[in-house]
Write a protein that binds this ligand. Structure first.
Ligand SMILES: Nc1ncnc2c1ncn2[C@@H]1O[C@H](COP(=O)(O)OP(=O)(O)OP(=O)(O)O)[C@@H](O)[C@H]1O
Length: 309
């Protein structure tokens, strides 16, 4: 793969003879954001701990920019930034102090520390809080600090374990915006059990079930454009009467009653409402269908681990 940042081959991890991760393989190019999805206990954290070099796999190989993570851990880990599920924040430290400490741990040259701090604080919206104690910051700001330490050394690969877990809706939006922004020039792997989150920020998805990959795919075709809606129209005009409407890409009979309609790319559902009403029909239902990702996720959860899609 051109410009490959990470390659994972047949990764496995057992805990006391029980597999927590089995036969996980994937490769990511620069700038790709991968979402790791799965129910609690599916193996997401175990996977990220291994990819970050903090947990040894029972089998398999991880290569970061051509460096084998097990054979050349220092060289490989230089390219990795990691935000664990519980960030190792020292609550009695001030933000600047903590980030300087992280820079030292990373063995950054002394002269590079101040510019790096200024850069990540700007990037993560921490400019006004350098002197604040971590213990006094809101959870959203602590998470920003966690993200800041993960990108301090400008790693090619950033690993984020449930980055918005426990945040309020406003903080979630801010951290998601930040993640999307980071995705523009880093390769990202993030875990989540929230489908909308993965939908909003990821290019690719890997769904784990009992440690195995049950689905791997791109998210390109799950964009909100061209979505399916359930449509109820009275008097019943028939699907073939709906299809000529300019907003409609295709219409079919829904066995559960009414119609399933896919909108033209970029068309808002309000436009469909106008056109149906404009044609003299009454609209009594317009419901977005589950996104493709939800359908894929639910189908994958039902699928036996091992029979990959
Ligand atoms: N230190 C450990 N010792 C024994 N078993 C473990 C250990 N860590 C994880 N496991 C087991 O490995 C499996 C995968 O756990 P993991 O934490 O990776 O899942 P997860 O998908 O991250 O779940 P969550 O969403 O709850 O964080 C689970 O069955 C868990 O009980």
């Amino acid at each position: 793969m051109m410009d490959e940042v990470i390659r994972v081959e047949q990764l496995a991890r057992d805990y006391r003879g029980r597999p927590a991760l089995a036969d996980v393989s994937f490769a990511l190019a620069r700038g790709v954001v991968l979402g790791l999805l799965g129910a609690n206990g599916a193996g997401k954290t175990t996977c990220l701990q291994i990819l970050s070099g903090n947990l040894a796999p029972s089998a398999g190989r991880v290569t970061i920019l051509g460096q084998d993570l097990l054979r050349a851990p220092l060289a490989a880990r230089r390219h990795i930034g990691y935000l664990p599920e519980r960030p190792p924040l020292h609550l009695d430290m001030r933000v600047d102090e903590y980030l300087t400490y992280c820079a030292r741990l990373r063995r950054m040259p002394r002269a590079a520390v101040a510019p790096a701090l200024a850069r990540v604080k700007r990037r993560c919206g921490l400019e006004g809080v350098g002197g604040r104690l971590l213990g006094r910051l809101s959870k959203g700001y602590r998470q920003r600090t966690g993200l800041a330490q993960a990108i301090l050394h400008e790693p090619a690969l950033v690993l984020l374990d449930e980055p918005t877990d426990g945040l309020d809706p406003v903080q979630i939006r801010e951290v998601r915006d930040l993640i999307r922004d980071l995705g523009a020039n880093h390769t990202l792997v993030l875990s989540s059990h929230q489908l909308p989150e993965v939908q909003a920020v990821c290019d690719q998805v890997l769904i784990l079930k009992q440690g195995r990959v049950v689905h791997a795919g791109r998210l390109g075709d799950t964009a909100p454009d061209g979505r399916w809606y359930r449509v109820g129209v009275a008097p019943d005009p028939g699907g073939s009467a709906l299809e000529p409407l300019p907003a409609v890409a295709c219409a079919e009979l829904d066995p559960a009653g009414g119609y399933r309609v896919r909108l033209q790319t970029g068309v808002e559902p309000a436009e469909l409402v106008r056109q149906i009403v404009g044609a003299g029909w009454g609209l009594h239902e317009l419901t977005p269908e589950r996104t493709d990702l939800e359908q894929v996720f639910l189908a994958s959860m039902g699928r036996e681990a091992g029979d990959q899609a």
